[in-house]
Design a protein around this ligand. Structure first.
Ligand SMILES: [Zn+2]
Ligand SMILES: [Zn+2]
Length: 422
């Protein structure tokens, strides 16, 4: 009864429910009735709006790199820190791995995304393949831009250092805050469906009648995970973006479990080994993640102790449990209702990257607190291991195919209807 005309726009989101897209006015967005994901959003200026935000964000990022970012004064000795100094200090401390992560996640990836948005929306003349590559990379990189998490890390390190001396912000601090806001806004104004239709308008090659309001796999169709084009399930190569994939991500559960087990194995030493070494006035203190939380709590910085506890201990642990639960449920376990599993999946996808906050706190502290004999902070090997745990669990969540959550509901409905039919 829902079968629409062949030129009607349809979407097949994460939950694999075929949805008809109504015509929208500017400022409106279409949401999936089953999983509540945004399917389409109409902006009044889909071309100029993201470009303006992206250009402003880039200008702010350049300004943020030119001037002092934060400063600290301890018993007469002052130190200023610029953003480019943070990785260079870590390199001199032989932590090039942390320096590269900082450069990549806080500066290079967000900047690259902004450049991609400008090139794609401004219709700069370039080959179709290059445009498709940029669009593909843009959405794949989105989760790896962590400028706003770094900013939260800076605020946490301020609270940590308040007990030791005077902390102040430099000229670059405000441009960096604006950069975080503007780059978020640029991403918000980009509609994936509009962008791909703009790169290469294409009508879905599915010719047989498909029923809106039913699962995609049962009808022999799938959506391209990159450009959202609806394809026959048997067709492995997308004709528009050339992404090669199957109806369901190949060995999704095996990959997720393998990465999950790797991250658990790394999480144990990450908690035992020191993440930060504080040296001052002849004493040397190795602090682990949990010791850092206890120290903050004892100092009376309860909110910050809670932030670090939630981000570094609760979130990674719960994320690992949630991923194992999702795999067990999708593999045929007796799970709870689908909406709740979808909600758990989205939480895992959203909060996972915020665990990086502790790594950024260490980056700021080791860059700023270098007062020679008086007090200096250096990163410990635990910080590298912890960063790896966060990155590997992010990959594990990305390998999980959320459509598996809904597949059993659809197959159940299918079975029920055939039984009724008999
Ligand atoms: Zn949905
Ligand atoms: Zn595609």
């Amino acid at each position: 009864m829902f079968s629409g005309s062949s030129n009607q726009k349809r979407a097949l989101p994460h939950c694999d429910l075929l949805v008809a897209l109504p015509p929208l006015a500017a400022g409106q967005k279409g949401v999936c009735p089953r999983c509540s994901n945004t399917l389409i959003s109409r902006w009044s200026n889909p071309r100029t709006q993201p470009v303006m935000f992206a250009i402003s964000a880039l200008i702010m990022l350049v300004l943020a790199n030119l001037f002092p970012f934060v400063n600290m004064k301890v018993s007469g000795i002052g130190r200023q820190l610029t953003l480019p100094q943070i990785p260079s200090v870590m390199v001199t401390e032989h932590f090039s791995s942390l320096a590269s992560l900082f450069l990549l996640f806080v500066q290079l990836i967000p900047a690259a995304c902004m450049i991609f948005i400008i090139l794609l929306c401004f219709e700069v003349r370039m080959a179709f393949r290059l445009r498709a590559f940029l669009a593909k990379t843009l959405f794949a990189l989105r989760a790896w831009g962590m400028a706003e998490i770094f900013l939260a890390g800076v605020l946490v390190s301020f609270v940590k250092l308040m007990a030791y001396g005077d902390i102040g912000v430099g000229i670059s601090f405000l441009p960096f805050c604006l950069f975080c806001l503007l780059q978020q806004r640029a991403f918000q104004c980009i509609d994936r469906r509009w962008l791909w239709d703009n790169i290469m308008p294409m009508v879905s090659p599915v010719t047989n009648a498909i029923r809106v309001g039913e699962g995609g796999l049962n009808q022999g169709i799938r959506a391209c995970s990159c450009c959202t084009l609806i394809l026959p399930a048997a067709e492995q190569v997308c004709p528009r973006c050339h992404t090669v994939e199957r109806a369901r991500r190949h060995n999704s559960l095996q990959w997720t479990m393998a990465l999950l087990i790797t991250s658990i194995m790394l999480y144990i030493p990450a908690n035992i080994l020191p993440i930060m070494i504080t040296e001052g006035l002849g004493s040397r203190l190795n602090s682990t993640i949990i010791a850092g939380v206890i120290l903050l709590w004892d100092d009376g910085s309860y909110p910050v102790a809670l932030v670090i506890f939630i981000a570094s201990i609760m979130v990674p642990t719960l994320k690992m449990i949630a991923l194992a639960w999702l795999c067990w449920d999708a593999g045929g376990g007796r799970g709870v209702d689908r909406e709740r599993m979808q909600f758990i999946y989205e939480i895992v996808e959203f909060v996972g990257r915020w665990s990086m906050i502790d790594v950024f706190v260490i980056a700021v502290l080791s860059g700023l607190v270098r007062m020679g004999q008086l007090m200096s902070i250096t990163p410990g090997i635990g910080a590298v291991l912890f960063a790896m745990v966060v990155i590997i669990t992010m990959f594990a969540a990305q390998m999980f195919d959320p459509r598996l959550i809904w597949d059993r509901v659809d197959s159940h409905i299918e079975k029920g209807s055939t039984v009724d039919g008999k």
